[in-house]
Write a protein that binds this ligand. Structure first.
Ligand SMILES: Cc1cc2nc3c(=O)[nH]c(=O)nc-3n(C[C@H](O)[C@H](O)[C@H](O)COP(=O)(O)OP(=O)(O)OC[C@H]3O[C@@H](n4cnc5c(N)ncnc54)[C@H](O)[C@@H]3O)c2cc1C
Length: 236
């Protein structure tokens, strides 16, 4: 192998996993090769068209997978730079401490992990900051210990959701804000400010974001209500 074909690290795929890894390794000076089977997602009006995205599955990989009975089903996968972070809803939860132990489910036993929540906790914190997660640690009674608060305040509820949240609290329940990775700046009413990249539109979770497409190496990517597409942006 010629010298210029030697790589210290080869990353296959540029989704949430590969993209984040590439971002973390980039400053090390290592020679890194990133292999991605997909191209760049086109930035176009269809990004926000329900029919194109959900009915016609315009961006979905045209393939079928098999279930355990041998029946085919269309997987919801997309092959693009950025992987499924181009489409995800960016609700970025941590696993709970008990998830790392053996868990008994209706369908069987989920074996214990070889690591504990405490081992991952510092990395969850780093990832939450990197992915601009907006939320409020301490609200969710089921979450584990955290070493740092989110950098950004929770995305404020819309009025009807706030009513629901208040009603649930009155009944002794503990609703909490979703931790959302979004490039949003809100005013005191929760509206997107003029400077905000995210505009709090209703095209989230499944739609590619159109507001701030991708060119990115600037790490303040595309985003609208709820989408932070770091991997694709980092690689653009
Ligand atoms: C509509 C939708 C909404 C979602 N919402 C959320 C959410 O709110 N919160 C959340 O936590 N998760 C959400 N997810 C799930 C989340 O997007 C995935 O868990 C995450 O992207 C998985 O990361 P990954 O790196 O494993 O894979 P992917 O992000 O899928 O990336 C895999 C990458 O590998 C590439 N690739 C595949 N095969 C090859 C090959 N042979 N050679 C080279 N490259 C290859 C693909 O093109 C892709 O770029 C959502 C997913 C979808 C589809």
């Amino acid at each position: 192998m010629a010298d210029n074909e030697h790589y210290d690290v080869i990353i296959i795929g540029t989704g949430a996993g590969g993209g984040t890894l590439a971002h973390r390794l980039a400053p090390t000076g290592k020679r890194i090769l990133i292999l991605e089977r997909g191209g760049y997602l086109p930035r176009e009006r269809d990004n926000w068209e329900s029919t194109a995205v959900f009915v016609k599955g315009k961006y979905r990989a045209p393939e079928f997978w098999y279930d355990k009975h041998g029946d085919t089903f269309p997987p919801e996968v997309n092959y693009y730079v950025g992987g499924n972070t181009k489409f995800y809803g960016a609700a970025l939860f941590r696993l709970r401490p008990e998830d790392f132990g053996e868990l008994r489910h209706h369908g069987g036993i989920s074996p214990a992990w070889p690591i504990r929540y405490e081992d991952l906790e510092p990395y969850y914190t780093q990832a939450e900051h990197l992915y601009l997660v907006h939320g409020r640690h301490g609200e969710d009674p089921g979450e584990g210990e955290v070493s740092a608060q989110y950098t950004y305040p929770a995305v404020r509820h819309e009025p009807r959701i706030q009513q629901l949240s208040d009603d649930l609290e009155e009944h002794g329940l503990h609703p909490f804000h979703l931790p959302i990775g979004v490039n949003l700046t809100q005013d005191e009413h929760g509206r997107a400010t003029h400077e905000s990249v995210c505009i709090r539109c209703n095209r989230v979770d499944g739609f590619p974001c159109l507001v701030r497409g991708l060119p990115v190496s600037r790490r303040r990517p595309c985003i609208r209500y709820q989408e932070w597409r770091l991997p694709g942006d980092v690689l653009s």
